[in-house]
Ligand binder design. Structure first.
Ligand code: ADP
Length: 548
């Protein structure tokens, strides 16, 4: 029997129309570095997005599912592009501005982007690439920056504000298939070549609803979210879409992502929520320790993208800011889990839940698979690779123009589940604890050592600012851990002290013998520890290693 319900497509267009009308008075505040930030209501942003869609169609000739890229910071114009492009049926392609030039070129060519909307401040990055981007016919520049850098380019150059000025504020939005492409994002390539994940209207819609559920971020139009996680990093974790559904106000840092301006933004604009990777929170903590600021408005902070050291959570607890751990990937839109403890527990009882990656929402099915392909129980002990499936989880990668979708066997199981490459355990009540990424785990004499556990233990030492542990080749054991440590300013802890500190928390056979002090841990384009670089530095003899 068929249902008797209406079959209404779940589209980004619908989210736009809802946000700009029902939540028309909610605001996007964008930091400008000047006395006053830029403030725009959802109604204005929606109107301008509509004008942008008209301009893209009538002036640039964007048609069908052509790709329009953005090379932008988090700001109101970027949100306008987020809604204009998919709503007209085209595909939004967010470009990661921290990628090396050759990867950006590869990605733009692979996606065959026809136009790029770029922030003026990023023209020094884009301009030299343009001769290598034959598909890019149009460049639209928004915000301050030196336009003369584009002199001589073959692409047509447009000024964002001039382009949209005077355009109609209505658009006859097409009836879209909810399964068609709305946006795409390439994985940041920590694990090899970038791979294109293509989100559908439907996946974005359903994911936004999940982001808004109380068991996830659970915000309302009374909240303001400081969206630090870049719009080029998995759609800023879905926040621009989620906010237009429920009217959550957004505070956008634009290019002011250093700890000092972030601290100032929080004190002045008093957001109730924020979202960012752990390295941002580490930096902000050092900043407010040196120059105290009022962070008390932030009731909840979503932290993910890499494991959050428990010591960081404790430090923020003391400031009255509760970090809530979340796990996800580009391939999972990204919301996969969030670590809200079950009801009815004391603060002390909540702690072991808070330091997990969290539990799965109904929309994400999970299973653990052992080395031989066997399914492992959710007993909180059996460690295996996490595989997931759901309506906002990728089932393939984009194959490029005319190419077939890619389903590499190391990323997708035969029955279509996503192999996350993350290793962990799941408790009987569905809380995921990741022990490592499969490629970072240290395989020592047939046993596995978790690099994340060693890092967390090291970062709990008061004199350690950051620590990254990687596997290095060892004649006797196959692999052993190498600890690279960044000390706090003025700290003098030596390796023996750190090793003794670890010995109180970690089994003796897991303790690193190789140690190196480093000025900073190398980071990937989205601010995660770049262990590939550390392994290479070690192999090339660039680290000053002491053996204990
Ligand atoms: P990339 O794979 O290029 O780093 P992603 O942003 O998609 O790009 O990264 C997803 C990966 O980040 C996950 O597979 C996982 O290893 C890691 N990750 C994300 N959130 C967490 C978390 N809360 N704890 C530990 N690791 C995390």
């Amino acid at each position: 029997m068929l249902s008797t319900m209406q079959d209404v497509p779940l589209t980004v267009t619908r989210i736009l129309q809802h946000g700009m009308s029902i939540h028309g008075t909610s605001q996007i505040t964008t930091w400008t570095g000047e006395a006053e930030p830029q403030r725009r209501t959802f109604a204005e942003v929606g109107r301008r997005a509509t004008q942008l869609a008209n301009a893209l169609r009538d002036e640039l000739g964007i048609d069908g599912d052509q790709r329009v890229a953005t090379l932008m910071w988090n700001n109101a114009e970027h949100v306008e592009a987020y809604f204009a492009i998919p709503s007209m049926g085209a595909v939004l392609h967010t470009l990661n501005l921290r990628l090396p030039a050759e990867q950006l070129v590869w990605i733009v060519n692979h996606a065959a982007d026809r136009a790029v909307i770029v922030n003026g401040s990023l023209l020094p990055l884009l301009a030299p690439l343009l001769p290598h981007l034959p598909t890019v016919e149009h460049v639209v520049v928004a915000g301050p920056g030196d336009r003369s850098l584009l002199t001589g380019t073959d692409a047509r150059v447009h000024e964002y504000e001039d382009l949209i000025a005077g355009r109609p504020t209505t658009y006859d939005w097409p009836e879209l298939d909810e399964r068609s492409a709305a946006a795409m994002c390439y994985t940041s390539g920590t694990t090899g070549d970038p791979k294109g994940v293509v989100y559908s209207h439907r996946s974005i819609y359903l994911h936004s609803m999940q982001v808004n559920m109380a068991e996830s971020m659970g915000l309302t139009d009374r909240d303001t979210s400081l969206v630090v996680v870049p719009q080029f990093h998995v759609n800023a974790w879905g926040l621009p879409h989620a906010t237009f559904m429920t009217g959550i106000n957004m505070l956008m840092p634009d290019r002011f992502l250093q700890p000092a301006p972030l601290a100032e933004m929080i004190e002045r604009e008093r957001p109730s929520h924020a979202a960012a990777v752990p390295t941002i929170w580490q930096g902000l903590l050092a900043e407010v320790t040196a120059n105290p600021r009022d962070l008390s408005s932030m009731k909840q902070v979503t932290i993910g993208g890499a494991a959050c050291p428990p010591s960081l959570m404790e430090a923020y607890d003391k400031l009255g800011v509760r970090l809530c751990h979340a796990w996800g990937m580009t391939e999972t839109s990204p919301l996969g889990t969030m670590a809200h403890p079950p009801a009815g527990l004391s603060a002390e009882e909540e702690w072991p839940y808070r330091v997990t990656q969290g539990r799965f929402p109904a929309g994400v099915e999970a299973r653990l698979v052992g080395p031989g392909g066997e399914r492992l129980p959710w007993d909180g002990e059996s460690a295996g690779e996490l595989e997931v499936r759901g309506a906002w989880i990728a089932g393939a990668y984009y194959g490029g123009a005319g190419g077939e979708e890619l389903r590499p066997a190391d990323k997708f199981s035969e029955d279509g589940w996503l192999k996350t490459g993350d290793v962990g355990v799941i408790s009987p009540d569905g809380y995921l604890t990741l022990t490592d990424r499969a490629k970072d785990v240290i395989k020592s004499g047939g046993e596995w050592i978790s690099s994340v556990e060693l890092e967390n233990a090291l970062m709990a030492h008061p004199e350690v600012a950051e620590a990254a542990v990687v596997a290095v080749p060892d004649d006797k054991w196959g692999e052993r851990p190498l600890a690279t440590v960044v000390l706090r300013e003025g700290a003098a802890a030596d390796y023996a002290v750190l090793r003794a500190f670890l010995a109180e928390r970690i089994a003796k056979w897991q303790l690193p013998e190789r140690w190196a002090l480093v000025p900073a841990v190398p980071k990937t384009s989205v601010g995660k520890f770049d262990k590939k670089v550390i392994r290479r530095q070690y192999a090339d003899g660039e680290l000053d290693v002491t053996e204990l």
